[in-house]
Design a protein around this ligand. Structure first.
Ligand SMILES: Nc1ncnc2c1ncn2[C@@H]1O[C@H](COP(=O)(O)OP(=O)(O)O)[C@@H](O)[C@H]1O
Ligand SMILES: [Mg+2]
Length: 227
């Protein structure tokens, strides 16, 4: 099972929205996926209450129980656990980063978001955790200079998920409806972008596995290939 944590100290960047939509896209690709919500704001848990479908499972838990819950999901043959964290410096975020195989840092193309991510990046570098920024809520209508500047800054700061996500109302409406964007509007651009992020993540995890064959836990377990 792979563990992916969404972290950054800034609220409103899209951690919860991307976590649930990515989990839905993973389920649609045949993966057994769960979301662990360790944010007391419980955005993912509230989303799940509005949902009729059971998968992906969402568990709202105290951060102190994260490790044991992840262990149980691993025992239950989950392929993917996605951890949604609070937008503040906290034990919860640190624990989610420690447990993760890979972290996503959603940021909007704004100097304030990029600057606010620096303590998280420092922590990830100190703990040698692989991560990538996800540029989210970019202005639509072509590549603006603001988005381009943010792309360059984020590449320098440690790496960027190649598909970027535009500001699209599907994210807001899907969250309100208890759906992922790929369910809410399967042929929409937001859905295409989320599927592209999942594909990028899968390729990245496979590359990480290839370089971590001699890992002390006895070999990394690849996420099943995504079509
Ligand atoms: N790409 C996007 N386009 C439009 N709205 C978005 C996008 N990503 C997130 N949002 C919206 O922004 C708000 C904050 O997102 P949220 O996921 O709650 O952020 P966080 O969990 O980081 O605090 C929500 O209303 C969400 O639906
Ligand atoms: Mg949130």
């Amino acid at each position: 099972m792979k563990i992916i944590s969404f972290v950054t100290q800034k609220g409103g960047t899209g951690k919860s929205s991307l976590a649930v939509s990515l989990a839905v896209a993973a389920v649609q690709n045949g993966l057994k996926a769960a979301v662990l919500d360790i944010d007391p704001q419980s955005t993912a848990e509230e989303w799940y209450k509005r949902r009729t479908a059971e998968a992906p499972a969402v568990h709202s838990i105290p951060w102190a129980n994260l490790s044991s819950r992840l262990y149980r999901l691993g025992q239950q043959d989950y392929d993917l656990a996605i951890v949604d964290t609070p937008g503040s410096e906290s034990h919860a975020a640190s624990e989610a980063m420690k447990e993760a195989h890979f972290c996503f840092l959603p940021v909007r193309p704004s100097v304030a978001d990029i600057e606010a991510s620096k303590p998280t990046v420092r922590y990830l570098n100190e703990h040698a955790k692989p991560f990538a920024f996800v540029l989210n809520q970019c202005p639509t209508g072509g590549r603006t200079s603001r988005t381009q500047n943010a792309r360059m800054a984020l590449q320098l700061l440690g790496g960027l998920c190649n598909p970027t996500l535009a500001h699209r109302s599907d994210h807001v409406d899907a969250l309100a409806a208890g759906l992922g964007v790929t369910e809410f509007s399967p042929y929409g651009k937001a859905a295409d972008e989320i599927r592209a992020v999942l594909q990028w993540l899968t390729a990245r995890l496979q590359r990480l596995d290839a370089t971590e064959i001699a890992d002390d836990e006895g070999g990394a377990i690849p996420l099943r290939a995504i079509s």
